[in-house]
Design a binder for this molecule. Structure first.
Ligand code: ADP
Length: 430
């Protein structure tokens, strides 16, 4: 972290860094977001909206002078703006208003813009639900949808089952997009994809949950450096472990020792997955990314059945032919359950030189693409084998964040773009 005065900043930026406006929590807010940026700096925004306009806003950060300046300027720029317009405030607008920031601190403006946008989107979401609830007709008390499955009991459904389903639905209604990451085999990089996808979404200012239901090999806590974290109880259920703007839940957090073997049969697995969805206080999320165990067994089935309407599945495979049969099974599994396949990712496809980034095809590649073509699902792309990915996973850091400037991270970003853009795709199709 840098001292405010050590940096060469414009007089305006300097002034905002030394005397930040609207600094500190706002108590009567109706939109809020908190994000941790790639540099480890946390930024938090609160907005109080009246008649669609931002009447008050405030921010807080544990960052340096440029972060303070960016947060402060962001609150000034959105004063009395309509929320619909405020979401479009970008890093370049903040930089322009501040008279620029030192090049190596321009990311602070991006963090401020992303957090502000997330706070505005939080308000827009709440408002949408509120508007739907005003229609007067009976609707789910959480989402306001008249067609919500949890509105009334099904024929033959017991009161207890209905109440449980209603509680589950109340959680799910607050999660905009649910995406499951699947693979035919273990060790192909499914959890790696899930972690990096969730991180990429978080860095874009989305509210993200990452749910690890790989009951027999929960690797997410290790990959995110969260080993030893324990789940706490809150007023509204179990509290997921928070990492920046990401909420993480894993069976790994519930095991007394990482070496503990989990011996659970089907119904118990279903029960714990249900608990992860129903009893965890996920709050309002833009995306829930679910890391499912390999194969097409109890866990992925439970997840899809409990969620009901999954927005999409990403299938991860390796290029080898032996993986092909299992990938086909995963795709057929999705088709049977009517889960749209967002696409297939071929991981460990060639070897990326750590020095120059050039990819050498060590073994045969292209297996993922040909299966995707064959089964008429999109092929999202190939991620090479990169020692820095292994390193990042072992160090408990998301690769896409830690090695953002490498060719492999950029390739990963391109590959997961369609998943990030899912909102636009889903909205177009509905
Ligand atoms: P799965 O979830 O399919 O079992 P993981 O995501 O846990 O697989 O990955 C298994 C191991 O392979 C991890 O140690 C991870 O760091 C490593 N790994 C995954 N993808 C790559 C890659 N493209 N390059 C190098 N190592 C990788």
């Amino acid at each position: 972290m840098c001292a405010k005065d050590d940096l060469k900043m414009s007089p305006i930026a300097q002034d905002h860094a030394l005397h930040p406006r609207n600094n500190g929590p706002l108590w009567n807010y109706n939109g809020h977001a908190r994000i941790t940026g790639p540099c480890g700096t946390m930024m938090e925004f609160w907005v109080a909206v009246e008649q669609d306009k931002i009447k008050r806003s405030s921010f807080s950060t544990d960052g340096c002078g440029p972060s303070l300046a960016s947060g402060s300027m962001a609150t000034c720029l959105v004063q009395d703006k309509r929320v619909e317009d405020a979401v479009f405030v970008q890093a370049k607008d903040l930089l322009e208003a501040l008279g620029g920031l030192p090049k190596e601190h321009e990311h602070c403006a991006l963090l401020a813009a992303n957090t502000l946008k997330a706070a505005c989107e939080d308000w827009l979401d709440r408002n949408r639900r509120h508007e739907k609830n005003k229609t007067g007709e009976p609707s789910c008390d959480t989402c306001g949808e008249k067609e919500c499955a949890a509105k009334s009991p099904r024929p033959d459904e017991s009161k207890k089952d209905f109440e449980e389903r209603r509680q589950l639905q109340a959680r799910l209604c607050r999660i905009r997009r649910k995406v499951v990451v699947l693979s035919g085999k273990g060790g192909v990089g499914k959890s790696t994809v899930a972690v990096n996808l969730a991180t990429a979404l978080m860095l874009l200012g989305k509210r993200v949950g990452l749910m690890d239901v790989d009951i027999h090999g929960p690797s997410i806590p290790t990959m995110l450096g969260l080993e030893g974290e324990m789940i706490q109880s809150g007023e509204d259920g179990m509290l997921p472990v928070e990492l920046g703007g990401m909420k993480v839940m894993s069976i790994g957090f519930l095991l007394p020792h990482p070496n503990e073997a989990v011996i659970w049969r089907g119904p118990m697995k279903m029960a714990v997955i249900k608990q992860f969805l129903k009893d965890v206080d996920w709050g309002d999320l833009d995306f829930l990314i679910i890391d499912s165990p390999p194969g097409t067994g109890d866990e992925p089935l439970s997840v899809c059945q409990l969620i009901g309407k999954m927005d999409g599945a990403v299938v991860v495979t390796t290029p080898q032919k032996v993986a092909a049969v299992d990938v086909r099974k995963s795709i057929t599994f999705c088709q049977r359950l009517q889960v749209p396949v967002i696409g297939v990712i071929e991981n460990m496809s060639g070897f990326a030189c750590p020095a120059c980034g050039e990819v050498t095809p060590v073994f045969r590649t292209g297996g993922g693409r040909s299966i995707a073509q064959d089964m008429q699902v999109p092929f999202l792309g190939a991620i090479p084998m990169d020692p820095q990915i292994t390193e990042a996973c072992d160090e408990g850091r998301a690769f896409i964040h830690q090695y953002a400037s490498t060719a492999t991270a950029q390739c990963m970003e391109r590959i997961i773009r369609p998943i990030i853009d899912l909102d636009a795709v889903v909205e177009k199709n509905t």
